[in-house]
Design a protein around this ligand. Structure first.
Ligand code: FUB
Length: 319
């Protein structure tokens, strides 16, 4: 068909992988992608890795934005909008601009949920929220302090990697967590306060970090990074992406398996999005020139669902 795009050629074996667009950005290192569709625009928001070559630590101070209107026909054609949020926006934050997600709130404004250290690093991280009238900003601190604080009792789970989902009935859900400990709380309609107790959702087998909640045909899906268990990785130092399903965004969840195998970076972080009738997974690798575990790069590949709603494993493409 005339509309078959480059990425699908690769998936179906009909074309040259040399035309691929992964990693989508090679002039800076990018990590922890999150996606958002607004009208005919597909946005990717990411963190930025600034570690020096050989430096074994995250150096992350800002978040960037990229957009495309046709990823299926030209996966390399992402517009770089530069840094759209930085640690400086949060007076109370000190370091570690880790994983994030941008969501349109009930009021039509855009809320950028982020993982950050406080002014003093006590090791547990915080979730902050910035808000803007446009997906590309300018963003300002929506609260003036953390939404989930590093002083919140959290049984040794880092307060990182927020994913926010607004259900059809208007109920808003926040998931986050790490170290085998997913966390969930409902949000109020203001997007900036918890509506109830923090709970530990069940069924997210071998959860490590990086939850991503979405819905398709009445089924709720949770993709997340895992670095252990059946079918996952050749070394527990590397993450794969698992997924679980539920009939409610609050769970309980049923683990369904691995949807993306090990990549070249030790960490991974999924975002799954429908755009113009096609489904995509955006994730990160160490595949850019000079890349590594702390110099990661965002990649995108198609997602395919089986008739019963289960997910086929994503085929990683490079080049
Ligand atoms: O990028 C810093 C942290 O590494 C993220 O918050 C995690 O998801 C992992 O990718």
């Amino acid at each position: 068909a005339a509309s078959v795009g480059v990425l699908e050629w690769k998936v179906w074996g009909e074309g040259s992988a040399s035309q691929a667009g992964n990693p989508i950005v090679t002039d800076i290192y990018t990590a922890d992608p999150a996606t958002l569709v607004v009208g005919d625009t597909f946005y990717i928001f990411s963190g930025r890795d600034e570690a020096a070559a050989g430096q074994d630590a995250f150096v992350m101070d800002e978040w960037h934005a990229f957009s495309s209107t046709a990823p299926e026909s030209d996966p390399a054609a992402w517009t770089d909008h530069g840094a759209r949020l930085s640690l400086d926006v949060f007076d109370w934050a000190g370091a570690n601009a880790w994983a994030s997600e941008v969501v349109e709130g009930p009021d039509g404004r855009y809320y950028w949920f982020v993982s950050v250290d406080g002014a003093t690093d006590n090791g547990w991280m915080n979730i902050g929220v910035a808000v803007a009238d446009d997906p590309l900003g300018p963003y300002e601190d929506a609260i003036g302090g953390p939404l989930v604080s590093d002083s919140t009792p959290n049984s040794s789970a880092l307060n990182i990697d927020p994913t926010v989902f607004i259900d059809d009935d208007g109920q808003i859900y926040l998931y986050w967590g790490s170290y085998w400990q997913p966390r969930m709380a409902k949000l109020n309609q203001d997007m900036t306060s918890l509506a109830g107790a923090v709970t530990t959702p069940s069924g997210l087998t071998d959860f490590w970090e990086a939850p991503w909640l979405f819905e398709r045909d009445g089924v709720y899906y949770m993709a997340y990074a895992s670095n252990g268990g059946s079918g996952c990785v050749t070394s527990s130092a590397y993450a794969c992406i698992r997924y679980a399903t539920a009939s409610s965004p609050a769970g309980p969840w049923t683990h369904r398996g691995v949807v993306l195998g090990q990549v070249t970076s030790t960490t991974n972080h999924p975002a799954i999005e429908e755009f113009d009738g096609r489904w995509w997974m955006v994730y990160h690798t160490a595949d850019a020139p000079g890349g590594g575990n702390f110099r990661r790069s965002v990649a995108i590949d198609p997602v395919h669902f089986n008739a019963d709603g289960t997910m086929q494993q994503v085929v990683q493409t490079t080049g």
